[in-house]
Design a protein around this ligand. Structure first.
Ligand code: SF4
Length: 164
């Protein structure tokens, strides 16, 4: 029986954000679906799959900033299951623009306090590397598509899915 070709086990995760990098990723499938079908084992991507599995990953792509303790705990779990973690888009890389409330004055913070309490948000919105170690950064709002494709190809070589 022939060996099953190795695929890169990946997950795509969105936290506090507008999910535009998810849309970019989905749009890229118009051009790359047939290539990635043979190279990627997409274990978790809520925009693409109805059944998602959170298990051992080669690479976790993480979009969005972290604005609650629940999100921080989920991110730590993802980090624990992933060999590499890639921060996707400005909100994940720098916190902004999702972290705008970190810059609010006291009066505005008082106004939004009931909302923070109601949804159990943390006082400060965090960028991803304030919670877990990040291996690779893909900046941009939304993410820089060219950089994402470069990073993905580098990871495919690094994990011996394709030859560099
Ligand atoms: S970086 Fe920009 S596009 Fe991406 S989630 Fe944040 S606001 Fe949206």
């Amino acid at each position: 029986m022939p060996d099953t070709p190795k695929k890169l086990r990946v997950g795509w995760f969105s936290f506090t954000c507008c999910e535009d990098s998810t849309i970019i990723f989905t749009e890229l499938l118009n051009d790359y679906f047939f290539r990635w079908k043979n190279l990627l084992d997409i274990r978790y991507a809520k925009a693409l799959r109805t059944k998602n599995i959170l298990d051992q990953l080669d690479v976790a792509f993480v979009e969005g900033a972290i604005s609650s303790q629940n999100q921080a705990e989920k991110l730590k779990k993802i980090r624990g299951l992933s060999t590499k973690l890639v921060a996707i888009g400005s909100c994940a890389v720098s916190g902004f623009p999702s972290a705008q409330r970190n810059l609010f004055d006291q009066a505005t913070l008082s106004e939004i306090k009931p909302i923070l309490e109601r949804f159990s948000y943390t006082p400060k919105v965090l960028k991803v590397d304030e919670v877990v170690k990040v291996d690779v950064y893909v900046a941009g709002c939304p993410m820089d598509e060219k950089k994402f494709l470069e990073v993905l190809d580098t990871l495919l070589v690094e994990f011996n899915v394709i030859v560099g």
